[in-house]
Design a protein around this ligand. Structure first.
Ligand SMILES: CC(C)(COP(=O)(O)OP(=O)(O)OC[C@H]1O[C@@H](n2cnc3c(N)ncnc32)[C@H](O)[C@@H]1OP(=O)(O)O)[C@@H](O)C(=O)NCCC(=O)NCCS
Length: 372
């Protein structure tokens, strides 16, 4: 069988999936047949997580069952608390998440991935983050509240007070929008690990590591930093032209699959305009300038705004610190990662592509004494 190396595996189909479809040419994202815009405004994260795991939207009894299971699995293990207490306060929250998810999961050993374990892991992400955040700020950790939904409870544990229904709804919408996205790098990572018949926690830990990079989920805090550097709308054009001369990429723009406006960004943009007008005023000018420059540079290769750009404004309006943007993304994507792990495990063949050797021709090793 002959095959050709494609950098970044662009266009290569890495799996068959029923979980989500990224239609890059038409700017459509579909979860199990439902268009994202139809889910984002009304659905809770719990409903969408159920959809990703089980393939259908839950009825009332199923939703109540899942909500209860998530709520009763929010506590961390004693080992996870020890790990949280041992990490320096300035540890990057993504490193905290990667480390403590791993510690929290040791009790499952090599357990076969199941929906119950997926729920367990999903429930633990906000507790890990909120417990660390409060410790970082010298505050007592706040106990999870079983009567609060997933989004409301996350904010409750972070802030020690209940958030308004509008803010909770905004976080729920964000979590729904980010819950899955085809064969993105972190999901692919999770599926590769799953294909070796490893355990769910190992898949999630690998996925968190992949998400962390600025080319993937690490972008939203970088968006804020870029906007802070730009400072004013008048400075957008000179700063951005100079940045391109220095080879700097605009954070929150470009995508491997979308060649048109990311449908999630469209929803987040409207939310950002409503919830964070100050951010929006600068961001919308930066967006126009970025799109103009990217078009001038490569008219043949359309680049558009991606999900991260307005995520930053929405998460800021929700009141989350910028270091917690990517871990909050992970708290949404854990639903998708685990759904893909379950799907991979159900139809598994080890993922083992080939490499194309470009090293030296066969040669004999020179003894140490004769090497120059
Ligand atoms: C997301 C990303 C990694 C996709 O990379 P990719 O699939 O290799 O992108 P493409 O093949 O479409 O295009 C690559 C080219 O477009 C340019 N490009 C892509 N995104 C760009 C951006 N945000 N700013 C400036 N130029 C960009 C690159 O410089 C590159 O051009 P070159 O080959 O002349 O160096 C990339 O767009 C990026 O780094 N964006 C910024 C980070 C970000 O927002 N990440 C979140 C993703 S959801």
């Amino acid at each position: 069988m002959s095959s050709t190396y494609v950098p970044g595996l662009e266009g290569i189909i890495g799996a068959q999936t029923a979980i989500s479809h990224v239609d890059g040419a038409n700017g459509r994202l579909v979860y199990q047949g439902y268009v994202i815009a139809d889910l984002a405004e009304e659905m809770s994260f719990e409903e969408v997580a159920f959809l990703l795991w089980k393939g259908h939207l839950p009825n009332r009894a199923e939703l109540d069952g899942l909500t209860k299971e998530l709520a009763t699995n929010r506590e961390l293990t004693p080992a996870a608390h020890v790990a949280l207490d041992s990490l320096p306060k300035d540890t990057d929250p993504m490193d905290v998440l990667r480390s403590v998810v791993s510690v929290q999961g040791v009790e499952h050993r090599l357990a076969k991935p199941t929906a119950a374990l997926a729920i367990h892991a999903t429930a633990s992400f906000p507790t890990i983050l909120a417990t660390f955040y409060r410790r970082q700020h010298g505050l007592e950790p706040v106990q999870p509240r079983p009567e609060l939904g997933h989004a409301a409870n996350y904010l409750w544990m972070m802030n020690g007070k209940e958030s308004s229904p509008e803010i909770v709804r905004a976080l729920d919408t964000y979590l729904v929008l980010l819950a899955d996205h085809g064969m993105n790098a972190s999901t692919f990572t999770a599926r590769v690990i799953a294909s070796t018949e490893s355990d769910l926690i190992s898949c999630l830990v690998g996925a968190i590591g992949a998400l962390k990079g600025p080319a993937h989920g690490g972008a939203p805090s970088a968006v804020i930093e870029q906007l802070e550097e730009i400072g004013t709308a008048e400075n957008a054009e000179p700063w951005m032209r100079d940045a391109r001369k220095r080879g700097v990429r605009f954070m929150g723009f470009g995508h491997r699959v979308y060649r048109v406006y990311d449908p999630r960004a469209k929803i987040l943009k409207a939310m950002c305009e409503r919830m964070n007008p100050k951010f929006y005023a600068l961001a919308s000018r930066v967006e126009q300038t970025a799109l103009t420059i990217l078009h001038e540079e490569h008219p043949e290769r359309p680049q558009s705004t991606n999900v991260e750009f307005y995520s930053a404004g929405v998460l800021q309006a929700i009141g989350l610190p910028k270091e917690y943007f990517t871990p909050t993304f992970a708290s949404a994507r854990v639903a998708g990662w685990s759904a893909h792990v379950l799907e991979q495990a159900a139809h598994n063949r080890i993922i083992r592509p080939q490499s194309e050797y470009i090293g030296p021709e066969p040669r004999k090793p020179v003894p140490l004494a004769d090497r120059g």
